[in-house]
Design a protein around this ligand. Structure first.
Ligand code: A3P
Length: 341
């Protein structure tokens, strides 16, 4: 941490018994977890090293942030935003992978030094891979200090842990999704990504998610913080479900936000580019590079998965459905936020 960096929130270890139990399930973490600030946001220990650097990073007026709770459609939104903001530059979109176009601000906090060492060894036969590995796992603030404007930035941090000047200085696009679909999708990613290495079943995972024993939870606090700012002129709040049911209309909303105008044909072509089938096979956006670095397990499943709204029903038994219903209703009581169907 830089010496005069101030971070206004307390960072506390999670209870030792919870820590011990979680480490039995998440084999990609070795030291355990912390809770941050009054809302108790949950992170791996390594967050301590980055908290203040992120909170105090210099925001530039031309910065574009795409933020979300993980698995809410971030990647989809990133590509949509990038294409719109860059006047539909298909050539560059194809040539430069999304992970290079959008530094992931806090990814490094999930990469434990033991894993980093393992990844270095596994990629040691290729200078190119080693270079990409170092880039991807380098603290986002360091990556971002080096790159020219306009910068496109991915983050899953809630607004309160991002720089205070963010919304008054730069544009933020936040995307939210039904928490049941988020949980299913994040469960799969937690099994796929070796920095998490989850080995339990979905029911156990769902309990961790609902009880705020998981990265970036509490889920509702995260979404509500952004929802409260939805009318700020620099904030565009989207739902995964709206991209899913009417992508063209969402493209128009994004275009308006960035002051761009496109013809119907241009929008149609962009929607095709963003369709799940094209996305899954598009090496520039599908995170296959993370597979090649072996940060993601190699195998059938990829980072881009089903891409459906409402698929959660296949994973919830009756008891979980009732729990979910109650949990969602309770958490929506003090807000006009409603998830789209
Ligand atoms: P599923 O696991 O439910 O399929 P994030 O980018 O925030 O990690 O979100 C990942 C989720 O968005 C995954 O959901 C993924 O399949 C879905 N997704 C990614 N690209 C998509 C697209 N072009 N169309 C629809 N869904 C997409």
């Amino acid at each position: 941490m830089k010496p005069d960096n101030k971070f206004p929130f307390k960072i506390q270890d999670v209870k030792p018994e919870e820590n011990k139990m979680l480490l039995e399930y998440f084999k990609g973490e070795f030291d355990g977890f912390v809770r941050v600030g009054p809302k108790g946001y949950f992170f791996p220990q390594k967050y301590r090293q980055e908290a203040a650097n992120i909170y105090n990073m210099q925001i530039r007026p031309s910065d574009v942030f795409v933020t979300s709770y993980p698995r809410s459609g971030t990647t989809w939104t990133q590509e949509l935003v990038w294409m719109v903001a860059n006047d539909l530059d298909y050539e560059k979109s194809n040539a430069v992978p999304l992970i290079e176009r959008y530094p992931f601000l806090e990814y490094s906090v999930t990469v434990h030094p033991k894993n980093m060492e393992k990844f270095r060894q596994e990629n040691s036969y290729s200078e190119k891979k080693l270079g990409l590995l170092e880039f991807v796992c380098q603290p986002g603030t360091e990556q971002l200090a080096e790159i020219p404007s306009p910068r496109f930035i991915k983050s899953h941090l809630p607004l309160s842990l991002l720089p205070m000047t963010l919304l008054d200085t730069a544009k933020v696009v936040y995307v939210a999704r039904d928490p049941r679909d988020v949980a299913v999708s994040f469960y799969h990613l937690n099994r796929l990504i070796r920095t998490q290495g989850y080995i339990g079943d979905f029911k156990t995972y769902w309990r961790f998610f609902m009880e705020d024993l998981h990265h970036y939870t509490p889920y509702f606090e995260h979404v509500k913080e952004a929802w409260e700012k939805k009318d700020h002129p620099n904030m565009l709040f989207l739902f995964y479900e709206e991209l899913s049911t009417n992508l063209a209309a969402t493209v128009r909303r994004v275009a308006k936000f960035f002051g761009k105008e496109f013809s119907d044909e241009q929008i149609e072509r962009l929607c095709d580019h963003l369709s799940i089938d094209n996305f899954r096979n598009n090496k520039s956006v599908n995170y296959d590079a993370m597979k090649e670095l072996r940060i993601l397990q190699t195998g059938e499943q990829g980072f881009i998965r089903k891409g459906k709204a409402g698929g959660w029903g296949d994973y919830f038994d009756e008891e979980m459905m009732e729990q979910a219903e109650r949990w969602i209703t309770d958490n929506l009581q003090d807000t006009d936020l409603r998830f789209l169907q």
